[in-house]
Write a protein that binds this ligand. Sequence first.
Ligand SMILES: [Zn+2]
Length: 430
Amino acid sequence: MPHRILGLAAVMLLCASASWASETITLIHAGDLLAVPGRAPLRNQTIVVEDDRIVDVQSGFTDAASFDGEVEVIDLRDKFVLPGLMDMHVHLQGELGPDNDRDALKMSDQLMQMRSIHYAMNTLKAGFTTVRDAGSSAQEMYAMRDAINNGWIDGPRIIAAGGVGITGGHADISGVSPNLMEIYTSANVCDGPYDCRRAARNAIKYGADLVKITSTGGVMTDRATGTGQQMEMDELREVVQAAARMGRKVASHAHHEDGIVAALEAGVASIEHGSYTGPRAIRLFKETGAYLVPTLLAGKTVAAMAVEADFMSDAVREKAIRVGNDMAGNFEKAHKAGVNIAFGTDSGISKHGINAEEAVLMVEAGMSPMDVIVSATINAADLIDMSESIGTIEDGKFADIIAVSRSPLEDIEELLDVDFVMKGGKVYKR
Ligand SMILES: [Zn+2]
């Protein structure tokens, strides 16, 4: 006991001395700076960072001597500097592969949580300073989000979804014995409008930043139930309304156009995957301003695994090949038609830390590198209502800053190899 009291006293002393010290100033000398994606990059700039925030962006390379106190200078004069990237669709709790079933049986929840922290760090070190987790074991993800926000562990900012879905649908458990299904069925599986209203409220009660629904079937559901619309209009509307009343947005997983259209009509903020976005969906996207989160990397990954690996059931394999091969072509049409795009990979299908491969696929599907970077910064920040604090390198924003060797505007593959990562003023890679 005395040791514990002594320990506490030492911690309190440390905290006190930290608050007496003057703020830490960091000057980042940036050779090329894309401060605001969408606008032309600037040459030879200094980003002034105080604690976790950007307080100024000055032209030229400001000398440390022009500031009082302790000043650190980070030399990125031969780098291309841009805002931290954001991925609007990850699942930090796993990675798809042949060992998934064995892991689920053998790994403790605690060990899985530690592995999620590892995946989160892979993501951060790849230059993704903010992610939206689109569905994991919810309490574990909320805990990880809160621990990162409290500074207890390192990781990207996490916006965490609570999942709501119908019995037998894509968000419900599949592919295991009935006994296990009974144990693992989420309390947020619902049927009918009032039950789904309850489920949305329940997700928010336990800590969801947004509600994630599945208006259509999904590729990885181990049942031959297709990828068309599954949730009914009344269920969709109730979830969106219940969430909106509590200040939460709704994101809907959707593959076929009937389910995309239904979810957009119900008022969701984003469509995840949107594999078969056609003319009717495009019209509604533009009317509502909702975002499409394309996840081309997931499509490519499952289509390749369906051919190369042997752990998928026949039901899953058929969907993986079909949907995986159709995604990019439909995305190209949606982007060309002017649909709002927010960057998202569905990482967890692909490995965590290769998120930028999505950017390469988006460029291959006809998007300009600048538009891709806008989708992963400004648009993503807008989707999660954080435009005031992240998405650009401007006064008052969090110092979420990354750097690559050469301009990704000329070669998007530069984003695959990020040299420098700062999140909230703290350097994670240099
Ligand atoms: Zn997903």
